[in-house]
Design a binder for this molecule. Structure first.
Ligand SMILES: Cc1cc2nc3c(=O)[nH]c(=O)nc-3n(C[C@H](O)[C@H](O)[C@H](O)COP(=O)(O)O)c2cc1C
Length: 316
């Protein structure tokens, strides 16, 4: 079934599915595989030095003729350099996150770039709309990685944001199947952004041991933690136990920063140290049972979406 809505037209894609930009997981290999399948692939620039980002954009351009984008989390250093590279390399779509949409949206828009901002409340969604963003990602509490402090679930956030703004809404957080995608679209989203599902793909640069951990995980294995620093949803492990013990004895922000240290996320997700590393992943991991090529994930989700659309309620 050919499908068209404001999001497929905005990005020039076949399926309203976005593969999230993710540190240590979504380089050019994953982004181009997703884009080649007719969805939108994003390069996650958050774990890349500027020259590495440039290399990934150039490799992505040679690996796909389809649209792709770059995610720029605004909380990391080198943001001005990352933005400049996106402009110089003529990236057409940028997803900003973890920061103020007023800072960079106009600069990107002046350079002809489609801008999407990630939000965790309808208040921030309105701010992104006022800043000139073309769409927002409404990312709920279930999502892997950095997350809102207010803990609003996707089930509540998506309809609230869809009511609050006129620009299209992309739902994120806990979505790994076509049925969930249909539910999100019924609630007012015009596309979905999936992160965790694509971490367990063949093309993701995440470590194979992390991928295996995901496909063997269950509900309750992830937690939103480090709320005193930047809240992050990750897999419970030895590192999380250390954080929890510190929080229980009333550790200060500086003590927590020392425990976090440097390169925790790289150690866990990229190098596969499942005990000592920070393993960012969403609640949806409990529903992921296989590591698949990214293009197969897109096809499977879309097929289940279409099947469910034709027969949405299972009759007994
Ligand atoms: C391993 C991992 C890394 C992530 N890194 C980023 C990031 O660099 N920038 C960002 O905006 N979001 C990041 N996220 C959040 C995703 O962009 C996305 O919104 C989220 O994964 C959606 O929820 P889901 O994991 O339930 O699909 C990350 C998520 C995961 C699982």
């Amino acid at each position: 079934m050919a499908f068209s809505n404001r999001i497929t037209k905005l990005f020039g894609i076949d399926y309203p599915i976005v593969q999230a930009g993710m540190i240590w997981a979504s380089g050019w290999r994953l982004a181009s595989a997703v884009s080649n399948s007719g969805a939108l692939g994003l390069i996650g620039s958050g774990s890349m030095y500027p020259d590495i980002l440039k290399e990934h954009i150039q490799k992505c351009k040679s690996a796909t003729h389809h649209p792709f984008g770059v995610n720029v989390p605004l909380l990391y250093p080198d943001i001005d350099k990352h933005i400049r590279i996106c402009i110089e390399e003529k990236v057409k779509i940028v997803f900003t996150s973890a920061g103020n949409p007023n800072t960079w949206t106009s600069v990107l828009k002046e350079n002809g770039i489609t801008v999407v901002h990630v939000v965790s409340s309808s208040r921030f969604a309105k701010k992104a709309e006022a800043a000139g963003c073309d769409a927002v990602v409404a990312e709920g509490f279930e999502a892997g990685g950095h997350n809102g402090r207010e803990e609003t679930t996707t089930m509540v956030l998506v309809p609230a944001v869809a009511d609050a703004v006129k620009i299209p809404v992309i739902a994120a957080g806990g979505i790994v199947t076509g049925k969930q995608m249909l539910a999100a679209m019924v609630m007012g989203a015009e596309a979905v952004q999936m992160g965790s599902r694509f971490v367990a793909s063949e093309e993701a640069s995440s470590h194979i041991e992390f991928k295996k951990l995901i496909i063997n995980s269950h509900e309750g294995d992830t937690i939103l933690t480090m709320k005193q620093l930047t809240p992050v949803r990750m897999m419970k492990n030895k590192f999380f136990d250390e954080v929890m013990q510190a929080e229980l004895r009333g550790a200060t922000v500086d003590e927590l920063k020392t425990i976090l240290g440097r390169a925790r996320a790289k150690r866990g997700m990229f190098e596969g140290n499942l005990d000592e590393g920070e393993l960012e992943i969403g609640q949806g991991s409990a529903l992921i049972r296989d590591i698949l090529p990214a293009g197969v994930i897109v096809k499977n989700v879309w097929k289940e979406f279409e099947d469910s659309l034709n027969n949405p309620i299972k009759k007994t």
